[in-house]
Design a protein around this ligand. Structure first.
Ligand SMILES: Cc1cc2nc3c(=O)[nH]c(=O)nc-3n(C[C@H](O)[C@H](O)[C@H](O)COP(=O)(O)OP(=O)(O)OC[C@H]3O[C@@H](n4cnc5c(N)ncnc54)[C@H](O)[C@@H]3O)c2cc1C
Length: 318
């Protein structure tokens, strides 16, 4: 699976809003507070009345966020109606069109006071201190400047069993193998949160900075190896990571299940390692490209649309 495939998959939220019983629909999210979790992570807690109908399936539940251009405080969409929103959103002038980006529901809860809240952990990947998002990365840029009261739109889950929960281990699974980079760490953390007591887990989590080694509460029997990335990118980075993964013993298991998410080229290399070197059944490997080095999510989406027949276009069918 390439990052383009993952982008198609990540936009199932958008496609399925058109189904008779929609699994996904629009929600308005209002920033309640922000909290820095580590060097690269910013947690934004959202509220809003529409969250009463929000039903996260937990684990690696994703959603699509619509973030405003830098000169706007809030996200404004011309339509959120099932049959018109996509065409109207795509038809907006470039400088006004909110960007759509995939993120993970780190946690959904109702407070003792009855307030519905959703946490999303944003990786700030370098642009948050620049004056304008000239170098791209509008989602990271927006998150770095988010203040209480800002409103964005999201297509999120309206039912807990939905296709944007990708972590689906077969019942017989006796060990869970995990690899996540920083963008997939919120999903990995949410998976660990939900795993049953004693579930055996061997995980490798790759982060940019020492200070990103977050405390991850879990009842699982989890053996976590943190890989703090040194300088370098692309192939060099992947090779260094694979050396660390290879060096760890394989937990004895009859039916391992592997969940792999992160940068596109890296996850393909990790998948190859699990399938070819550790002999994990390829059908028991779920791998998802969360981003691709050198390509924005628009570029991945454009590739996805270009490579598909119009009738299969997830947006055109809305
Ligand atoms: C299902 C799914 C769930 C996701 N969940 C999360 C989540 O919970 N938290 C989160 O932070 N991200 C998450 N991501 C990844 C996020 O969507 C991408 O990182 C996205 O590209 C960020 O948008 P942007 O506007 O900041 O950058 P873009 O405009 O999309 O990209 C601009 C440039 O930045 C590069 N880039 C993108 N992300 C990174 C990065 N992390 N580090 C370095 N360079 C980068 C791109 O390669 C490109 O060159 C998820 C992705 C998917 C598919």
């Amino acid at each position: 699976m390439t990052a383009t495939d993952a982008t198609i998959e990540a936009t199932t939220e958008a496609a399925e809003i058109a189904e008779d019983t929609p699994h996904f629909r629009f929600f308005e999210l209002e920033v309640l507070r922000t909290r820095r979790l580590g060097h690269s992570f910013l947690r934004i807690t959202f509220g809003g009345e529409s969250l009463a109908g929000f039903r996260s399936g937990g684990y690696d539940q994703s959603l699509s966020l619509f973030l405003p251009p830098a000169h706007r405080e809030h996200t404004v969409l011309p339509s959120t109606a099932e049959d018109t929103w996509f065409a109207q959103w795509r038809g907006m002038p470039d400088e006004e069109r909110p960007v759509m980006r995939s993120y993970t529901v780190r946690e959904q809860r109702r407070t003792p006071e009855g307030v519905d809240e959703v946490d999303i952990d944003f990786v700030l990947h370098g642009t948050e201190t620049s004056a304008a998002p000239a170098a791209g990365s509008p989602a990271s840029y927006w998150a770095g400047r988010a203040v209480t009261g800002r409103r964005i739109m999201a297509i999120g889950p309206a039912v807990a069993e939905n296709k944007s929960v990708r972590f689906q281990p077969p019942a017989a699974t006796d060990v869970v193998l995990m690899y996540a980079d920083e963008t997939a760490l919120p999903a990995a953390a949410a998976i660990l949160d939900r795993l049953a007591e004693g579930t055996r887990v061997k995980a490798w989590f790759e982060v940019p900075h020492e200070d990103d080694r977050l405390v991850l509460p879990t009842l699982a029997d989890a053996d976590i190896t943190w890989v703090v990335r040194e300088s370098g990118a692309g192939r060099e980075r992947t090779e260094r990571l694979l050396e660390v993964v290879r060096a760890a013993g394989t937990p004895a298991a009859e039916a391992p299940y592997a969940w792999i998410a992160g940068e596109s080229a890296t996850i393909r290399a990790v998948r190859r390692h699990f399938v070819q070197e550790r002999r994990v059944d390829r059908r028991a490997v779920r791998f998802t490209g969360y981003w691709r080095l050198g390509a924005s999510e628009e570029e991945l989406l454009a590739e996805a649309y270009a490579g598909r027949a119009p009738s299969e276009d997830p947006g055109a069918s809305l």
